[in-house]
Design a protein around this ligand. Sequence first.
Ligand code: EPZ
Length: 433
Amino acid sequence: MDRLVIQGGHPLRGRIRVSGAKNAALPCLAAALLTPEPVVLSNLPAVADIRTMVKVLQALGTEASLASEGEGFELTATLACAGSEDPKAPYDLVKTMRASILVLGPLLARFGKATVSLPGGCAIGARPVNLHLEALERMGAVIEISHGYIHASVKGRLKAIDHTFEKVSVGATENILMAAALAEGTTVLRNAALEPEIGDLAQLLVEMGAQIEGIGTGTLTIVGAARLHGCEHAVIADRIEAGTYLCAVAAACGDVVLDRCEPEHLRSLLDLLERTGCVITEREGQDGRQLRIQRECGQKLRSKDVTTLPFPGFPTDLQAQVMAVMTQACGISVINEGIFENRFQHAMELERLGANLRTDGHTAIVAGPADLTGCTVMATDLRASAALVIAGLVAQGETIVDRIYHLDRGYAGLEKKLQGVGARIERVGGGKV
Ligand code: EPZ
C-alpha cells in the first residue's frame, strides 16, 4: 500500500498547474449515457475516481477509451453509449465510489430502467440518496429497493416536474438535471445547488442540445428533448485542488502561482486567507486565470472562524485543509462543519502531529500556533488525507501519511506537483493508481 514520506519545514516556491475538477468530471461522464453519439471529455483529472466511473459506464454498455494529456495529470475520455438490455451498476464498483449514483437519472431518462447499487455511507457520513429518489418518483419512475440495489423503471418517458429540493444537494441536482434533459415537458428545479460543477454539467448538456435556463442560479428550467447529440467538452478547473495548494502555502509559507484556476470559484477561501494575512493576487495567464499566494517565512497568521455551507459559502471539501492552516494561526479558530455529520476524522491525526485542537459534534476549536512534529499518520478520506499532507509540510522532521489510496481518488500527481515547488515529499510502496 503506497504511503507519502514528507520532510517538513521547507517553504513552497514556484508554479502549480491545476487539473480538471473531479466533481465536474464525474457528472459529465454520467451525462454521456444520455446519447448514443460520441462524447469527448477533456481535462479530466487522472485520478482513481475517473477510472472507476469509466468502468461503471462500460458495465452499462458504453464504449470508452481514455488517453493521457500533457504531463499525464489529465485524461481525455471518448465515450459512446449504445446501452445494454439490462443496465446495472454493480456493487463492487459503486461501493468504491458513491458518485456512481449519478448514472441513475441518465439511465432512466434514456432507457427507462436502471439497477444501481445503493452507495451506502462513507467515512464522512451516511450520505443518503432520498432526495434523488423522491424527485425521480415524482417524474414517474417506479423505484424499489431490495438486496442493496435500487431497481428503477418508467413506462415511456420521464415526466417533467416543478420540484423544490427540501435540502440543497449537489448530487441530487445533477441527477435530476440530467433526467430532465430527456423528460417529456419542461422541468423547473428550485433550491438547486449552485456549485460551479453543476454549471459545468449544465453547459455540457446545452452543448449536447439540451435547453436549460437559469444556469448558475438556484432555479433551473429544462425543456426536455427527444434526443441529445454528442459533443466535445473540457471540464472546468478543480477549485478544491487549487484551494488545497493555497492552504499548503498558507500553512508552510512561500510564494506559489497556480495556473488555470478560476478565482470566482474560490472567493470564500481567498477572502479567508487574505484575512489571515496571506497576500493573494489574481491575473490573466497564457492559458487561463492565475492565482498567486504569498506568506513570507516567519509571517504570523491571524486565526479566523470558518463555517462550511453550500456554495458560495465556504466549501466543506476545504474544511480539513483549512483546519491544518489554522493550527499555525495565532489564537483560537472555531470551525463549524455545516454539511456532513462526521467530517473531523483528520482532527485526531492532526493532534498526533502536535496540533492543539478539540472537537465537539460539528464544531472544532483550534488553538495556534502549534509546533508540529513529524510522525506516522493515517488517511481516512480524500480531503482528510490532503490536510495531513499539508500538516506534514509544516511539521519538523519526517511525517509518513499512510493509506494514500484515499488521496489518489481525487488528486492527480499531488506529490509531483508539490515536489515542483520545493516540497520534500516522496511516494513509497508499490502500485499505481
Ligand atoms: C458532492 O457530494 C461532492 N461529491 C462532495 O465532494 C461534496 O463534499 C458535496 O457535494 C458537498 O459539496 C461529488 O460531487 C462527486 P450533497 P454529494 O448531496 O452530492 C445530504 C469530495 O471530497 N443529502 O450536496 O453527495 C448529505 O448527507 C466529495 O470531493 C441528503 O440528505 O453531496 C449531506 O449532508 C466529498 N439526501 C448534504 O445533503 C440526499 O439524497 C449535502 O450532500 C443527498 C444528500
